[in-house]
Design a protein around this ligand. Sequence first.
Ligand code: AMP
Length: 215
Amino acid sequence: MKNIIILFGPPGIGKGTIGKILAERLKMPLISTGDLLRDNVKRSTPIGNKAEEFMRKGELVPDSIVFEALSERVKQDDASRGFIMDGFPRNLSQAEMFDRVIDEDSNIVLLNLIAQDSVLIERLSLRRICKNCGAIYHLKNIPPKKNGVCDICGGELIQREDDKPEVISRRLEVFRNETSPLVNYYQGKHRVYTICVEDNLDNIVNRIEGLKLWE
Ligand code: AMP
């Protein structure tokens, strides 16, 4: 049986940051479609070349391209007992497709992360990522030890193209219109927990662990 956690919530809510900590504590791999796509863009693969334009504008990448990137990843050995999903599914057709491809006895839990828009905008505009290893920083809450340099690998910290103000508002709109209705879809089928993330990271992760997801 596979245990699958879907980290669900708008851009900037902290899915990547929370996901990395949960992945370590629960010993499950974190699979982020955004990271998979960004990696393809960086390597100029056919998937990356097709996805790049959509990502730059803050639009959803067409489902077929996302599936291509994702299906390879979930087949890898480390995902055989389960995984944590960040950034997928993003619309109803992705959710339906996912339900069709996963094993029937999979145990799916959706963690619905919520916060006010002002918190998201602040988090997105102050977010920096390592160009090399993808580590995530926040200039105020999780600053690097040395300005502009990744603590983990020494790589250069950059602002994601789609964290610029004009793209942020489009991404939030896409979330509201296309992604947020998925909570209703999951509520009827799988377990859903809503968690307000306007708190410090330790408390959030402790609260999630306290849910005892697999008992
Ligand atoms: P994220 O890192 O999750 O914020 O994703 C960054 C961008 O990658 C999004 O704005 C989309 O353009 C694209 N993307 C990531 N995941 C998906 C998905 N499941 N479906 C469509 N586009 C996606």
